[in-house]
Design a protein around this ligand. Structure first.
Ligand SMILES: [Zn+2]
Length: 349
């Protein structure tokens, strides 16, 4: 494997450029479109009740001006309850009603469904990026750190370049089964480190293993709540954590990915943030970058390209401040007025 020179961080803006709804529109998008043509009335019924009970939202109403909570706060509340072994009135197992764990899985199903629909025909920026890197001979000295659950970059890497293997920084049970995914070959693998999990991974909490699901079936498999682990037969669960929720990092595999990200970043010459607004609440990424900044020399150049059509000047200014405020060496931070699609096509030069 060639030494990594560029690390590309993919934030929500990168997926949004391909047609994915931004976080704040996820729920609205679901209840407006997916609710009516879904073949999973049970999940939808539970989610409708959940939004009514927890946030006073009647999803049958016209939704144009409904204020939905963010995905993150919704999932975060449920994760904390599970972590503390606590529950809410009407949501405990004893009452026979859906418990917190079930609602959590329904929410992940919801996200999988929305992303699957909206990203069925992506505009192709991720593919363009992969193509350009290959053309420039930079594919093998580039690593990706994705903060997204979707599999846009995964698909771009596998579809366009069968000669390249994705190294997710963790081991999958698939590697040990015949005619399945192969262990990435060192000499031609590219790191794709997904700090918050991925829609095409399933986690077995019994034998502590991860399984990659074939991409065309990932959503369908998520909906069937009991997919047995190929190793031990016990049920597997999706592995997706909201960015601000630190508990996710207690997970063995996400921890490994965090560690590998650090190892990859420490040799990087450039870190390129794409469509990542660097929110204050995203503490794990901040922690990772601060450790890097203090522990290693020389420090990489930080490039930020977050622009999109119609982005207001005021939010650009605030965003640039957020980046510059955080890093110690301000002059190494270059905030470029460039969109993700520009970067995919032309690079930063
Ligand atoms: Zn298992």
């Amino acid at each position: 494997m060639a030494a990594v020179e560029d690390v590309i961080f993919l934030g929500a803006g990168a997926s949004a450029s391909e047609g994915a709804p931004v976080q704040k529109d996820l729920f609205c998008e679901f209840f407006r479109t997916d609710r009516t043509n879904s073949s999973h009335p049970e999940n939808i019924g539970r989610l409708a009740k959940f939004f009514r009970d927890f946030f006073g939202i009647d999803v049958r109403d016209p939704l144009s001006d409904t204020m939905f909570p963010s995905f993150e706060e919704t999932l975060g509340i449920l994760e904390i309850a599970m972590d503390r072994g606590e529950s809410f009135r009407g949501y405990s197992i004893a009452t026979g009603a859906p418990d917190v764990q079930t609602i959590r899985e329904d929410l992940i199903f919801l996200i999988a469904l929305v992303l699957n629909r909206t990203l069925q025909n992506p505009k192709g920026h991720h593919r363009e990026l992969v193509n350009r890197l290959e053309r420039e001979g930079r594919m093998l000295c580039t690593a990706f750190i994705s903060l997204n659950y979707d599999i846009l970059i995964d698909n771009a890497l596998t579809e366009l370049h069968p000669g390249i293997d994705i190294d997710y920084g963790v081991e999958f049970t698939n590697y040990h089964r015949e005619c399945n995914w192969q262990i990435p070959r060192r000499e031609c693998s590219v790191f794709l480190l997904k700090l918050h999990g991925s829609l095409n991974w399933l986690y077995c909490p019994t034998c502590i293993s991860l399984t990659l699901t074939p991409r065309e079936r990932e959503v369908a498999r998520l909906v069937e709540h009991t997919i047995p682990c190929a190793q031990c037969g016990m049920p597997m669960a999706p592995i997706i954590t909201p960015p601000t929720f630190l508990k996710g990092m207690k997970n063995y595999f996400l921890n490994q990915i965090m560690h590998t990200s650090y190892e990859v970043l420490k040799n990087a010459k450039r870190i390129i943030f794409c469509g990542y607004s660097f929110p204050d609440a995203d503490l794990l990424v901040r922690y990772l970058l601060k450790r890097l900044e203090l522990n290693y020399d020389p420090r990489p150049d930080i490039l930020v390209l977050n622009s999109y059509e119609g982005k207001r000047q005021a939010s650009k200014v605030l965003e640039e401040q957020r980046y510059k405020r955080f890093f110690r060496n301000k002059d190494q931070v270059r905030y470029l007025d460039m969109t993700f699609s520009d970067f995919c096509r032309n690079g930063v030069g």
